[in-house]
Design a protein around this ligand. Structure first.
Ligand code: NDP
Length: 469
């Protein structure tokens, strides 16, 4: 369309949108982006990056304690939440600047303002009318808060990053990534933490061994984990504290705290975007329905990242953005993102790293699988006296001996699993793992030395000898 202002207009300056913009501009396309808040999106501004910085901060508590086992004496350590938040904000501000600069340097025009679709090609960006040949929706997601009485007293991860002071007592609702990550952050920084989850065990969808192990470890550290429990209401008292009413099997009817944080999932950000003006189809949760190339039912409107309600992970969104740009301007060389065996990590304390199938999903798919598992006290803790244990687990297909899944809970699990993920993605076998010489002394060497095998099968699960959740 020659009368267009842009070959591609991107709504949302987060990981997926920025990658698509830069790659498209590299192919010679005229690209504009609109961002209503801050460039960098969830990951950079109030997600992965600041979260990891807070995880580092929280871990110092144990590091200081552990140092004593190695002869160090550290007296008088004090923590300042405002100092941490200020340092975090400085870094986030720097990164935001880097994002904008990267866009400008490759010829993309970054606009500030909210974009809405007026029709299939026209957009309004803060009063400015823009015509685009192609449109990419990369607006991410937004925390979902259950509609319980007193929900207005609750915070989400958005506010958790900006609290004026560290809550002395915090109740976290949910048992997913964000809930367990923030439970570890607040606990490490000194808050009394209660985690309230409605299900049988935290981290639904993860390997059952991982779920049990992490649940045990965080409880051992002092996080109060309430399972099969729901917060039914939150009340503000005269002294400013909150009272969370709880229904469930844990035998605790209420919890007094200074903050209640809902980590109860995220929803695609499509409300008010005007997608209906262009006839774009959404799923039941408001996610844009797309094909493997990110194309919606309207052929020139695409979507990537959390707004598509598939795998809500930054590296996935980045790849999806690249595919859209290549599909549109790369001369037909786009290869869709493979959403199988995507590794992920939970930056809990201890952290989780995982790739491929859980034992339960593998049994479901293959009927019977071989399980290799190691649980041990890491070398470091022989001197610290800390009780924390590491879990490592391989799920193997019996016939081909292909490693279907690898899971770890323990120090550096995300770093270890990133490497192991290459082997799982490549379809390597247990024998190929075993043929690899370990690096000693590391925890990771367990992944190439595990010998003891257990068979896990549908029949065993039915008889009740499978791993309980
Ligand atoms: P998750 O989907 O991981 O977890 C949501 C949790 O909230 C679940 O435990 C769910 O319970 C519970 N829940 C949902 N609705 C209610 C309700 N009405 N009442 C009580 N509990 C409820 O979402 P998160 O918000 O933790 O994270 C969103 C996504 O962001 C993740 O799925 C992940 O893709 C991404 N993310 C990735 C991170 C990483 O890579 N390290 C870190 C943070 C986020 P139930 O299990 O019963 O449904």
């Amino acid at each position: 369309m020659s009368s267009c202002d842009y070959d591609l207009f991107v709504i949302g300056g987060g990981s997926g949108g920025v990658r698509a913009s830069r790659i498209a501009a590299g192919f010679g396309a005229k690209v504009g982006v609109a961002e209503q808040y801050r460039y960098g999106g969830t990951c950079v501004i109030r997600g992965c990056v600041p979260k990891k910085l807070l995880v580092y901060a929280a871990h110092f508590r144990e590091d200081f304690e552990d140092a004593a086992g190695f002869g160090w004496r550290l007296e008088g350590a004090r923590f300042s939440w405002p100092d941490l938040i200020e340092a975090k904000n400085r870094e986030i501000g720097r990164l935001e600047g880097v994002y904008v600069r990267l866009l400008e340097e490759c010829g993309v025009r970054p606009l500030r303002g909210r974009a809405t679709l007026l029709d299939a090609h026209a957009l309004d960006v803060s009063g400015q009318r823009i015509i685009a040949a192609n449109i990419l929706v990369a607006t991410g997601g937004w925390p979902h808060v259950p509609g319980i009485p007193g929900a207005e007293h609750c915070i989400t991860s958005n506010e958790a990053f900006e609290l004026p002071e560290l809550p002395r007592r915090i109740l976290i609702v949910g048992g997913g990534y964000i809930a367990v990550e923030f439970a570890g952050i607040f606990h490490g920084l000194g808050s009394e933490v209660t985690l309230c989850y409605r299900g049988e065990q935290i981290l639904r969808g993860f390997d059952s061994g991982v779920r049990q192990h992490l649940s045990r470890e965080i409880a051992r550290k002092g996080i109060r984990v309430l399972l099969r429990s729901e917060v039914t209401a939150v009340e503000r008292s005269d002294d400013g504290s909150l009272l969370a009413r709880i229904a469930g099997v844990a035998g605790i009817a209420s919890s007094r705290c200074d903050a209640v944080m809902c980590a109860t999932g995220r929803r695609p950000s499509t409300r008010g975007l005007g997608l209906e003006n262009a006839g774009v189809r959404l799923d039941a949760q408001g996610g844009v329905v797309v094909d493997p190339y990110g194309r919606s039912n309207v052929s020139h409107i695409f979507a990537v990242g959390d707004v598509t309600n598939r795998i809500a992970l930054t590296p996935v969104a980045i790849r999806e953005g690249q595919v859209v740009a290549t599909t549109l301007f790369g001369g037909g060389h786009a290869v869709p993102v493979d959403h199988e065996s995507v590794p992920s990590a939970v930056f809990s304390q201890p952290p989780v790293g995982t790739v491929g199938l859980s034992e339960e999903d593998a049994v479901e798919r293959f009927g019977e699988v071989d399980i290799y598992q190691a649980e041990f006290r890491p070398l470091k803790h022989t001197l610290t006296g800390r009780e924390e244990r590491t879990l490592m687990k391989l799920v193997v297909e019996p016939g081909t001996q292909r490693v279907l899944g690898a899971h770890m809970v323990g120090a550096d699990a995300p770093e270890v699993i990133q490497g192991i993920a290459i082997s799982v993605k490549a379809g390597l076998t247990k024998q190929q793992f075993d043929a690899t010489v370990g690096i000693h002394p590391t925890a990771a060497e367990e992944f190439v030395t595990m010998r003891a095998k257990r068979v896990s099968s549908r029949a065993a699960a039915v008889r009740g000898s499978g791993q309980p959740v």
